[in-house]
Design a protein around this ligand. Structure first.
Ligand SMILES: [Zn+2]
Length: 191
């Protein structure tokens, strides 16, 4: 894999000269979405986004896991704060997607894979006060309904004391077609 990457990179450098683009997003926008590999080469064209347009933050599930919601202070909030205070972001889009892996986390698969890879789930559960396997599932950010989860993440971002009052939109993208559905158009929260 590494050799493939490096060989491709050599060809890329021979064939491509990138135009200079500033690091502040020209659309003053941050987009939070999932790490799903099917979004690669699909997500930006589906939204009409070009290089330099937006900050794109991709996390597993486009979510903030429930243990981190109460404090509204985690890596996603930190990244949004950097975007807003240092790079001129003035609106945020949270875009979950259909068929998200985090909407169908099987606790047994999770723990057995951990064990097979040399990580002891029970020890983690004890050490980090996760109570039981459900605590581990919550920790990884699992959710049931993507529309509901997007709405909740939008709420956490809106209420974070680290962030100013700016529009936060919630959407869901169909992973197979690229169709967007609006979950929260930000009209209620910014009045
Ligand atoms: Zn996903």
């Amino acid at each position: 894999m590494l050799q493939d990457l490096l060989a491709h990179n050599e060809r890329f450098l021979q064939q491509t000269r990138l135009p200079h683009v500033g690091h502040a997003p020209s659309k003053h926008t941050a987009v939070v979405t999932c790490m799903d590999c099917r979004l690669v080469n699909m997500f930006e064209p589906a939204l009409g986004l070009e290089r330099g347009d937006v900050l794109e933050l991709r996390t597993a599930g486009a979510t903030i896991s429930s243990p981190e919601r109460a404090a509204a202070n985690n890596d996603l909030i930190r990244s949004l704060a950097g975007g807003i205070y240092l790079l001129g972001v003035r609106q945020v889009f949270v875009i979950g997607h259909t068929e998200c892996g985090l909407s169908k986390v099987d606790p047994t698969t999770l723990t057995s894979t951990m064990q097979a890879l040399g990580v002891d789930p029970q020890q983690l559960i004890q050490q980090y006060n996760l109570k039981d396997v459900n605590g581990l599932v919550d920790w990884i950010g699992a959710f049931k309904d993507v529309h509901l989860n997007v709405q909740e993440v939008v709420g956490v971002i809106r209420q974070s004391p680290f962030l100013p009052k700016i529009p936060v939109y919630g959407l869901v993208i169909d992973i197979n077609t690229g169709e967007l559905t609006v979950v929260d158009d930000a009209s209620k929260a910014t009045a």
